[in-house]
Design a protein around this ligand. Structure first.
Ligand code: HDD
Length: 721
């Protein structure tokens, strides 16, 4: 049988295919039509029996429009409903051909198109971005060999070890079913009831109660594939791998008080931030990092590589940065792209394969299953955002909303009537072949004892945090458990925390007005007939004292690109101060906005005018990273007498942000809580920049913004705001 020559694919062809995939329709210069292409003459009035009469059923235009509208909504995702997406590309630095045959990881000349969707987990589609929550970090690589989805999170571990518990976890964290309260929050009884009975979740709740759960920006989050995956090379040799995304802007968070306020002032904070950065051409970037473990080292560690509640500390296996992801295009249409994109852990390409991680194994079922109901049938891969750029040829046919028109009468294999097409691909032709892992096992519903050290990495995480980060975790636990009404649940959690770190448990206990109970942590997540000893948590000590990679205090600092800076001003402002500061900040990539008592223009001291972008009604300090007050006696005096301006400063101070005040600032500082306590001369080290030397103010302010936050301030001067 003659074989048909298979077409090759150049990078240009890939890029073109990625563009075609969009199916974008432009309405420019067109007439309004019905869905049947009939030009519409009147889209203002329905067809009636007389000017004041009833609408007629005959009005096909009205009925078509209304029917489509009535069916506009699709079910939201059961988890990760709230999200924001962007297009971009990925490029590997050097070939990784020695460990994988995946084309996008072996050809440094290729740019692989990607679509990324960030999300929160627990909230509904309309919920706030700043909930304390895990963030989804799902990447679809449209590779020339098919789509690869890396469906990860911004935390490297998970709550449960076996996918069969996922519905329980999600039911526990979602709003309670009787009154649907609270929205997008884990701070309620059912969540902590579940967690307190499932000690395997201990490591994950350390991450969830840390500042990682309230990121400053999607652009400033790490991402993790969580599970141990496999890489397979041309020779069929496999290595274990953990995937990491390392943001080039560093890993940063907001303060919890700030997060709660942002949720009111701008619930779209992260979505807006991502959109604006891309619109401004400041493209978010991450490096893809790999921790590679040769197959022979599978059992070298004191934890099990298949256990998704464990990390491989970077001290044990360093993260190699092997390529870069750049997001450079916003979606054209939120629904068509961000809402309809369908990720699946099972979308892999030759060179990448699975392991027996029991959480991953369950995910391999769940994702396609959920798309069937959410996107209404088996043809969701034909929706433009989900279409691979690699050509699709198979004998699958029909189903709801089928788009492809397959000509001919052959839809089976083997066949002779269709010339045998489409052919199976040999491995040499790029055919996917599963890694032939050796299995010799009994069929059991059990868990390996190597999964039962639930505390040592939780302890490692806590011990690796800076003092301010630890304090934030104490507050987070105290907040969440403080919202829990059932005292027994609070007590069980205190017992669990005492196995992580005694100091943490006693500080939280103090804030809850309780004592830390003594005894062994119970594990209720066990089978009915199980020997409880087999499921008892192992109380091990971490082999590592601490890991620098776990604390955000050690992240890259100094880059102020995309940081939002408020310039507070009023009439009588020194406009040359503003011009100079704005020029320096903008040159460093930051974004400035003038905030004043009212919109319009301000009168400057030198006769110029300053445009106002926000008023104290439309803006709040929590929407900015830093605050600058330019000189000008009248402006400073007005701000000092404007309670909203004073509150703005107090709040920025409380949230540990850089503040610069130029000229005669004492007047406004004297009105703030912190200004009354501050030793101005020592203040520069604390992120407060004052003085009359313009050049040094600008430089010191930029350096201070580059530090992100001055968390130590919370201990030194905690102020009301
Ligand atoms: Fe999941 C969505 C990440 C465990 C079942 N998950 C979803 C999304 C992300 C993750 C990022 C959103 C994708 C998007 O933006 O559309 N999930 C994870 C990670 C997990 C994890 C990192 C643990 C390592 N998930 C997990 C388990 C199950 C699911 C154990 C079920 C057995 N996840 C789903 C789902 C979702 C989903 C129900 C909801 C919407 C969707 O898939 O498309 O199937």
């Amino acid at each position: 049988m003659a074989k048909i020559k298979k077409p090759g694919r150049t990078p240009e062809a890939t890029a073109k295919a990625a563009d075609l995939m969009k199916n974008t329709v432009s309405d420019e210069g067109t007439f309004l039509t019905s869905n049947q292409g009939v030009k519409v003459n009147d889209d203002q009035n329905s067809l009636k029996a007389g000017e004041r009469g009833a609408t007629l059923m005959e009005d096909f235009l009205f009925r078509e429009k209304m029917t489509h509208f009535d069916h506009e909504r699709i079910p939201e995702r059961i988890v990760h409903a709230r999200g924001a997406g962007a297009h971009g590309f990925f490029q590997v630095y050097e070939s990784l051909g020695n460990i994988t045959k995946a084309g996008f990881l072996t050809d440094p000349s290729r740019t692989t198109p990607v679509f990324v969707r960030f999300s929160t987990v627990a909230g509904s589609r309309g919920s706030t971005d700043l909930a304390r929550d895990v963030r989804g970090f799902a990447v679809k690589f449209y590779t020339e060999e098919g789509n690869f989805d890396l469906v990860g999170n911004n935390m490297p571990v998970f709550f449960i070890q076996d996918a069969i518990k996922f519905p329980d976890l999600v039911h526990a964290v979602k709003p309670e079913p009787h009154n649907e309260i609270p929205q997008a929050a884990s701070a309620h009884d059912t969540f902590w009831d579940f967690i307190s009975l499932m000690p395997e979740s201990t490591h994950m709740i350390m991450w969830l109660m840390s500042d990682r759960a309230i990121p400053r920006s999607y652009r400033m989050m790490e991402g993790f594939g969580v599970h141990t995956f496999r890489l397979v090379n041309e020779k069929g040799q496999s290595s274990f791998v953990k995937f990491h995304w390392k943001p080039l802007l560093g890993v940063h968070s907001v303060a919890w008080d700030e997060a709660q306020k942002i949720s009111g002032k701008d619930p779209d904070f992260h979505r807006r931030d991502l959109w604006q950065a891309i619109e401004a051409g400041q493209f978010p970037e991450w490096e893809l990092g790999l921790q590679v473990v040769p197959e022979k080292d599978e059992h070298k560690f004191e934890f099990d590589l298949l256990d998704p509640t464990k990390i491989i500390p970077e001290e044990l296996v360093p993260v190699q940065r092997i390529g870069k992801l750049t997001l450079n295009r916003n979606p054209d249409n939120f629904f068509a792209e961000t809402e309809q994109v369908a990720f699946h852990v099972g979308h892999v390409v030759p060179g990448i394969d699975f392991t027996n991680d029991p959480l991953m194994q369950g995910r391999l079922f769940s994702y396609t299953d959920t798309q069937l109901i959410r996107l209404g049938g088996p043809n969701f891969h034909e929706i433009p955002i989900n279409r691979p750029v690699a050509p699709v040829h198979n004998n699958q046919r029909d189903g709801f909303m089928r788009q492809t028109i397959n000509p001919g009468r052959v839809s089976y294999q083997p066949n002779s009537l269709g010339g045998g097409c489409p052919f199976q691909a040999k491995m040499a032709d790029g055919g996917f072949s599963s890694y032939s892992e050796r299995i010799d096992a009994k069929k059991v519903r059990e868990r390996s004892r190597s999964f039962f050290d639930h505390f040592s990495q939780a302890t490692l995480f806590y011990n690796s945090q800076s003092e301010p980060e630890k304090a934030h975790m104490v507050d987070a636990f105290s907040f969440e458990l403080g919202k829990v009404q059932t005292v027994a649940v609070r007590e069980r959690m205190l017992l669990t925390l005492s196995k992580v770190q005694k100091d943490l448990a006693s500080k939280v206990a103090y804030k809850l007005g309780l004592k830390v109970p003594k005894g062994k942590v119970i594990n209720e997540g066990i089978p009915a007939d199980a020997d409880p000893r087999k499921y008892a948590p192992i109380e091990a000590k971490p082999s590592l004292e601490q890991s620098d990679a776990l604390s955000m205090a050690n992240t890259i600092k100094g880059n102020i690109a995309t940081r939002m800076i408020a310039i507070l001003a009023a009439d009588g402002v020194n406009e040359s101060n503003i011009t100079k500061m704005q020029a320096a900040l903008t040159a460093a990539g930051a974004v400035t906005k003038t905030v004043a008592p009212r919109l319009g223009f301000l009168q400057g001291t030198q006769g110029g005018q300053v445009e106002v972008q926000e008023s104290f009604l439309t803006a709040a300090s929590v929407m900015f990273d830093a605050v600058y007050i330019p000189g000008g006696d009248n402006s400073v005096a007005t701000l000092a007498e404007t309670p909203d301006a004073v509150h703005f400063l107090n709040e920025a101070y409380r949230h540990c942000k850089a503040i610069a005040i130029e000229g005669d600032c004492e007047q406004v500082l004297a009105k703030t809580y912190f200004g009354q306590k501050l030793e101005i001369n020592d203040a520069a080290t604390d992120g407060i920049v004052t003085g009359k030397n313009s050049a040094s103010i600008v430089n010191d302010f930029i350096a201070a913004i580059g530090q992100h936050r001055f968390w130590e301030r919370e201990v030194a001067h905690k102020v009301p705001a």
